[in-house]
Write a protein that binds this ligand. Structure first.
Ligand code: NAD
Length: 445
């Protein structure tokens, strides 16, 4: 499972060889710990106008070393491009080219984040063009960054301003090491009940359930939510009972053996949450399976089981959760989709259908969650190093692992951090969306 190649090219002979042969040179990414500073160097805020001023003031407030310009040799941890006032594509050049001049100073695992407005809400063609231009600019720039640096954007929808809490919550996540494997993506925000900086335990007082939590990504999600202060119920099938108990112990959570495809799964979760904690606030639909076959060879059992676990169970459980008085206080749901559900993947028609279905469900459910001050979003992982992906044949796995801007597979923790963000107070303005955690996989958008 370990990515031996990345270890090999990280030092000495391996590094020199990779450089000479022009091979991928993935670097170890800076990952989140509660003790670390938000950034490990200065943040440069580029752009004119009130938005840029407001963002710079807020970053100062977070204790960052904020600059509006910087000397030619100093290393930079983050570049924030505030582009909220664009009304013609010609206006993009000043900030874009200024950023270009600073890219060589960007530290390993550095950050470039744009803040711009939603193109779809622009009435004027020139304004819409300018706003949409940011999309192509940022996604291309992200592919030029090296050494674990990432490029992502915050898109302001109606009502949100560059320095509003919803925008700042998303910006803080994209600047932080929590977004290590998020690259080339946009987070769209509207005004919402948001606390951009929730401190060391942003989920204190919250009760979460994570399905499929015995191992892999689910275990990492349970660990991240627990570390962030939530009480966590870990659900997995009875055959995984031993591993489930061990994981629950390790993260200080409560284990519940249940098959999510059973009729009473949601009720059993609600009963346990009610009994132990009196409420349920966060649901993470992580349990998922693959039963890969080319469609020409696909049988009914393979098709049906994937649909049953990956989407039908979520639809049924959400009905029960949303009907419950225990799930009323700013409820959050986060579902696991997949890049296979966005770009498609050979041999995965059943899985791709189920994961695209998750995206459809999330979009349509957003208003229902908003009624209670809550939100529902999906996370679409790309290639993540887990037991699921360790079963992929070696050559295919090696290609899949490198085919992204960061030239490596993500870790379960990377998906978990994105989910902890979407479950937390900083993501109050994010609803009905899909956040890819894929290192800017070359497949799909
Ligand atoms: P995994 O196979 O390692 O773990 C999945 C867990 O879900 C297991 O513990 C399993 O017992 C549990 N589970 C399966 N069916 C269940 C059921 N009916 N009821 C309760 N629990 C059940 O998988 P993983 O790689 O950790 O993936 C987790 C999620 O992330 C899945 O939804 C998967 O589709 C998605 N995902 C993974 C990747 C990746 O690269 N690993 C990529 C994209 C999406």
């Amino acid at each position: 499972m370990a990515d031996k190649y990345t270890e090999f090219v990280s030092r000495g002979f391996g590094r020199d060889l990779a450089r000479k042969l022009g091979l991928p040179q993935p670097v170890k990414l800076r990952r989140y710990t509660p003790e670390q500073p938000l950034l490990d160097g200065p943040a440069v805020v580029l752009g004119q106008g009130d938005g840029a001023e407001g963002v710079a003031a807020q970053l100062l407030d977070w204790g960052l070393d904020v600059r509006r310009s910087i000397g030619g040799s100093e290393k930079i941890a983050a570049l924030v491009l505030v582009l909220d006032e664009l009304s013609h594509p010609a206006e993009l050049s000043a900030t874009a080219l200024a950023a270009g001049q600073l890219l060589r100073q960007l530290r390993p695992s550095g950050r470039v984040v744009t803040v711009s407005r939603d193109a779809a809400s622009a009435m004027e063609p020139a304004t819409a063009a300018a706003r949409q231009a940011v999309d192509g600019f940022l996604r291309s720039l992200a592919k030029e960054l090296r050494a674990g640096a990432t490029g992502n954007g915050v898109v302001l929808e109606d009502g949100a301003d560059a320095a509003s809490p919803a925008a700042l919550g998303a910006l803080r996540f994209l600047l932080s090491a929590r977004s290590a494997f998020v690259d080339g993506q946009f987070l769209r925000v509207t005004e919402g009940d948001t606390v951009p900086d929730g401190g060391r335990e942003p989920l204190a007082g919250r009760v979460a359930v994570v399905t499929g939590a015995a191992r892999g990504i689910g275990a990492a999600i349970a660990a991240s939510l627990s570390r962030d202060g939530a009480k966590v119920i870990l659900v997995d099938v009875p055959v995984a009972g031993e591993q489930l108990a061990a994981t629950a112990n390790a993260v200080g959570g409560v284990a519940l053996q249940a098959d999510i495809t059973s009729e009473d799964a949601a009720q059993r979760i609600l009963d346990l949450a009610g009994e132990r904690f009196g409420h349920l606030d966060i649901v993470v639909h992580n349990a998922g399976i693959t039963r890969d076959k080319l469609l020409a060879n696909m049988d009914q059992a393979r098709w049906d089981s994937v649909i049953a676990v990956n989407i039908a169970s979520q639809l049924r459980m959400n009905e029960a959760f949303l009907a419950s008085s225990l799930f009323r206080d700013r409820p959050r749901i986060v579902s696991l989709a997949s890049t296979s559900g966005i770009a498609g993947n050979r041999g995965q028609t059943n899985y791709g259908a189920s994961k695209a279905a998750v995206i459809g469900m999330v979009r349509a459910s957003a208003p229902r969650l908003a009624e209670h001050g809550g939100a529902i979003n999906a996370v679409a992982p790309g290639f993540i190093e887990t037991e699921m992906t360790s079963r992929i044949p070696f050559a295919t796995r090696e290609v899949a692992r490198r085919l992204n801007s960061l030239q490596q597979g993500g870790l379960p923790q990377d998906v978990a951090e994105a989910i902890a963000f979407l479950a937390g107070p900083a993501a109050g303005g994010v609803n009905g969306q899909v956040l890819r955690v894929c290192g800017q996989n070359l497949v799909g958008q």
